[in-house]
Design a protein around this ligand. Structure first.
Ligand SMILES: [Cu+2]
Length: 173
């Protein structure tokens, strides 16, 4: 009986977690060919455990990423080559930040927080599509929540259990 109750509670918690939280972007639409402030909202930890690391992968076509430092967290960026040269206000840009990592903090499961970066959405990005930023949320003892599912054509984030945060791209101008 104890086991059954525990199992039911776990299913409930998982369902609620999926329905109300996730890691999502505050602003879910933006024009290409312009700067964008990405605010990643973290609504819960890993099944009760506090969040200690947030890793964000910068998708191809998104350049010049500059994360906002956060008190109590170490900030690190990984740099690499882009697939091609992108125009950044008249300057061809071939490399830059491809991953941002905030680590060493502790965000309790009961609390909410935001992780911010400024990026540039190049005009090469396909408009009317959703661009996904895969995020991995790490917690102590090897626990993690991997928000990396990218919906297939004809599907939406709600069709998935662990969707990556999405941004709808609008035409320039
Ligand atoms: Cu959730």
């Amino acid at each position: 009986m104890k086991t059954l109750i525990a199992a039911t509670a776990a299913i409930l918690a998982a369902t609620l977690g999926t329905a109300f939280a996730h890691v999502t972007l505050e602003t879910q639409e933006a024009k290409v060919g312009s700067a964008y402030k990405a605010v990643f909202r973290v609504g819960h930890g890993c099944e009760g455990a506090p969040t200690t690391t947030i890793r964000v992968r910068i998708p191809e076509g998104v350049i010049s990423a500059k994360p906002m430092p956060k008190a109590g967290w170490e900030l690190k960026t990984v740099k690499g080559a882009y697939a091609k040269a992108y125009d950044y206000y008249g300057t061809p840009t071939t490399e830059g930040v491809t991953e941002v990592v905030w680590s060493g903090g502790s965000l309790p499961d009961d609390f909410y927080d935001e992780f911010v970066m400024r990026v540039y959405l190049t005009a090469d990005l396909p408009t009317t599509q959703v661009l996904y930023f895969p995020v991995v949320q790490e917690c102590p003892e090897g626990k993690a929540e991997r928000w990396i599912e990218i919906p297939a054509t004809g599907k939406v984030a709600d069709d998935y259990e662990m969707p990556a945060p999405g941004l709808k791209l609008l035409p320039e101008g």
